[in-house]
Design a binder for this molecule. Sequence first.
Ligand code: AVJ
Length: 340
Amino acid sequence: MFADPSAARLTPRYSRRVVEERDAHAELLADFRAGMLESPRSLPPKYFYDARGSQLFDAICDTPEYYPTRLEAELLERHAGAIMEASGARTLFELGSGTSRKTEYLLEALAGRVAQPHYVANDVCGEILDEAGGRLLQRFEQLQVDSLCGDYAAALTHLADVSGAQADGPRLFAFLGSSLGNFEDAEAGDLLRRIRETMNPEDRLLLGLDRIKPRPVLESAYNDEAGVTAAFNLNLLAVLNTELGADFDLEGFEHRAPFVEAQSRIEMHLVSRRDQVVHVSEPEARLQIAEGEVIRTEISRKFSRDAVDRLLAVAGLEHEAEWSAPEDWYSLFLLRPGVA
Ligand code: AVJ
């Protein structure tokens, strides 16, 4: 439907713009140098999400083992009305929106409250933004959708570019799926502070976080029987092959995802099956990877109540309301900017 990626406004009710803090390719080079040429090796998880990676993540959400999406969707389905009511929002701005499937519950509640609802979506993957935008326009007749293609920092910087076009009123910022769990404390605090600084006093943030639960439940969620998570993890190497002209052999690595209790997080690893040499053409490099050596591709934190409260305090965000799944397996927090 929206095949031309260069077009900014494809229908009167949809726009997409590419937002970048820095040149995206330069950033990948810098991240690759900092993470892959150092030991232990690691890469930021945002590079998972090319078109195939985004599809694979979507497929993970449909596996019987991956509970976070379902628990969050159930909370949103049940409480979207109360959430939108409590936020008083006219605009929904979502960081890392992906397919926006769960978001439809919030949009439905928003469309029931205001005549001209406005949704600002953000993702690193342009294809998924256009696909979601097309679907949402069909479902919600009055909805205006503006997509910001880029990482979180860039989206926060450029949010002002799309607002103001119409009365934005109070906005509900949404950061769902426990994507905050990808960040260590310092980075997570920085990101939340950045969000708080972008919010007006009447804006609210809906933050979805995965919580601590028994190890077998956690570990199966990241080691599904069908191997979808393994394919998602390995796809990162395919991204590097394409973007950096590398020759990673995907068969040469094994997916592993242990729960590291001391840090209350799942770590996604790619473990080298043998001693191997990988060539990269840009930056010109030769990686010697030993059998058993680990590339850490993602952390996915599982938050205790204390960890949540510490982060919010650091970022200057205050609790307004919350909704949790049974046994606190997953939580939605509605937050307001604190008085600075
Ligand atoms: C989208 C980052 C929240 O950490 O659970 C799913 C990504 N990785 N399975 C998560 C993911 C492996 C997911 N987040």
